[in-house]
Design a binder for this molecule. Structure first.
Ligand SMILES: Nc1ncnc2c1ncn2[C@@H]1O[C@H](COP(=O)(O)OP(=O)(O)OP(=O)(O)O)[C@@H](O)[C@H]1O
Ligand SMILES: [Mg+2]
Length: 209
């Protein structure tokens, strides 16, 4: 029941913008729940504050805290929404940890994958939409819009380049899990493609059931 779709990509790739525009379109015909980690789940919000506002911390501590917040959001918000039959559109999920902590932070993707597997207990997304843009273009968009930056945003260029390289390795390893959309185009074109691939997934899932 339900359909679990996650949005991934580097800063400024348009995840938040595209997710909400796609939701507005899909809501005309479907029950859609939009969320992002930690998604208003109080315990998870508290963990996120430590992560994004606090001082630099050990990389594995950071990875464990993200996994803990992820589990709380999954259990309290995502799974109940899926049980009610909703299409859940989630801004970032497990792949962000694999790319940011596993690859960019050099902790090792296998270890980060293990703790996240423990956290999500097999609840992988039905589809992960990867918004594909060069890290530099994402940075330009953020700079142009002067969005407030958190601790991870402020990492250097090399870090964000490793994030993109990490995502590319994940996609190469498990191509079946990802739908790659060229996000360097105008927002409307990106949204049109994203809505189309989600509609295909809805169709596929309804044929399976
Ligand atoms: N296709 C696009 N073309 C031009 N500008 C865009 C496009 N998509 C998003 N933007 C703009 O770029 C900025 C970043 O977009 P958005 O916040 O949606 O990215 P994000 O992937 O959610 O970033 P973050 O990971 O930092 O949350 C916003 O100001 C948005 O309006
Ligand atoms: Mg965003």
């Amino acid at each position: 029941m339900g359909l679990f779709i996650t949005f991934e990509g580097p800063e400024g790739s348009g995840k938040t913008t595209v997710l909400h525009a796609a939701a507005a379109e899909l809501e005309k015909a479907h029950h859609v729940v939009t969320t992002r980690e930690p998604g208003g789940v109080e315990t998870a919000e508290a963990i996120r504050n430590i992560l994004l506002e606090g001082d630099a911390m050990d990389g594995r501590t950071e990875a464990l805290l993200f996994a803990a917040a992820r589990r709380e959001h999954l259990v309290q918000k995502v799974l109940p929404a899926l049980d009610s039959g909703a299409i859940v559109l989630c801004d970032r999920f497990i792949d962000s940890s694999l790319a940011y902590q596993g690859y960019a932070r050099h902790i090792g993707v296998e270890g980060v994958e293990r703790i996240n597997d423990f956290a999500i207990e097999g609840h992988y997304p039905d589809m992960t939409i990867y918004l594909d843009i060069p890290a530099a273009l994402g940075r330009e968009r953020i700079a142009a819009n002067q969005r407030e930056q958190n601790r991870l945003d402020k990492e250097d260029h090399a870090f964000h380049d490793r994030v993109v390289a990490g995502y590319q390795q994940l996609i190469a390893r498990h191509p079946e899990r990802y739908t790659v959309v060229d996000a360097s185009r105008a927002v409307d074109d990106v949204v049109t493609d994203v809505v189309a691939v989600i509609r295909q997934q809805i169709e596929k899932k309804s044929l399976e059931n």
